[in-house]
Write a protein of this length. Structure first.
Length: 330
């Protein structure tokens, strides 16, 4: 195994950099010992020899099983007993852990999950359903955020985070992205957290009185009650809260309350008094799904937090997530 430092990888995703060093490229040469093809992350176990001549096993994180499946990969991508050379990114806490960048097989082929020059994760290409500007389209259907960067990200500007209070900062400081991240426990986190997971789909449907928002990530379904104007007093708090909705000029407005104390997105924490409003519509020029959200949580933030997410239309089939909690290194 050899370790080298290359030029800094720019534009690395913040969730990635919390766990791995984008500036520290690690090269592992060894034999495939185990391949865990699972959600929320797959793992490749590589038996190798360290610089001291000792036999060790490195574990490299890969994308979610669902994300890999959309790229055409399956459980045969890595075969136990075969040699491999992996270039990846060193974990910040564990010297025997890395994030998989590129794998080189004995037959000369390779597989790239995250580019080693700019640390950009590769996702399956999405072909949007054709849309003509000015035409109509329903919010109902299947939508996807096909990537992390540029137009593929679809993430709008966020605001209000600099109004954090002392209590909010204390909660953020106490958050450990390694052990407290909702995905590590197969939890959805929050509605904001669930919109637009890269490479994973969201499906919106309805019946007479309810709208159902299914997020492929964590197999979570939100029910938006169209026949209610207030949140019932006997609703138990939950990560996703209780949602009521209404249509106004073609825009679905969702008001959500009754949250548990938890994680809004990234390192942003919230209290059980937080309220969330989402406005879900079709962008008139692109035909993409537009989600604009605002939270009020004055104990942690003096100003409203705002943000947006755009998702592309897709014909991709929904794949059950079947999340398995934990990590092979725990």
């Amino acid at each position: 195994m050899s370790l080298c430092i290359l030029a800094p990888a720019v534009n690395a995703h913040h969730g990635f950099t919390a766990h791995f060093d984008p500036d520290l490229l690690i090269r592992i040469e060894g034999t495939i010992k185990q391949y865990d093809f699972i959600n929320p992350h797959s793992y490749l176990h590589i038996e190798s020899v360290n610089d001291a001549g000792e036999t060790v096993v490195y574990v490299c994180d890969l994308q979610a099983k669902t994300q890999l499946m959309r790229r055409g990969a399956d459980e045969t991508l890595f075969k136990v007993g075969e040699p491999i050379v992996v270039e990846g990114f060193q974990a910040r806490r564990n010297p025997l852990r890395c994030e998989f960048g590129m794998g080189h097989f004995a037959d000369g082929s390779s597989f790239t999950m995250r580019s080693t020059d700019k640390a950009r994760t590769q996702f399956a290409e999405n072909k949007e359903i054709p849309f003509s500007p000015g035409s109509s389209r329903s919010i109902f259907g299947t939508w996807i955020r096909p990537g992390m960067d540029g137009d593929l990200s679809g993430r709008g500007r966020r605001a209000g985070m600099d109004s954090i209070t002392a209590a909010g900062q204390a909660a953020a400081d106490a958050y450990d992205p390694e052990t407290d991240h909702p995905a590590a426990h197969c939890r959805p986190g929050s509605p904001v957290f669930s919109w637009g997971k890269p490479g994973l789909a969201t499906q919106i449907s309805r019946d007479a009185n309810n709208i159902f928002i299914y997020h492929e990530s964590m197999d979570v379904t939100r029910t938006v009650h169209l026949d209610l104007t207030e949140h019932p007093s006997d609703v138990s708090p939950s990560e996703m809260g209780h949602s009521i909705g209404r249509f106004e000029d073609g825009v679905l407005t969702i008001d959500t309350a009754r949250f548990e104390v938890g994680n809004l997105t990234g390192s942003i924490q919230h209290t059980d008094k937080m309220t969330l409003q989402e406005r879900v519509s079709i962008h008139p020029e692109s035909g993409r799904l537009l989600i604009e959200w605002t939270t009020l949580d004055p104990e942690y933030y003096l100003e409203p937090l705002t943000g947006s997410q755009r998702l592309q239309s897709t014909t991709k089939e929904i794949i059950p997530y079947n999340c398995i909690p934990g990590s092979p290194l725990e």
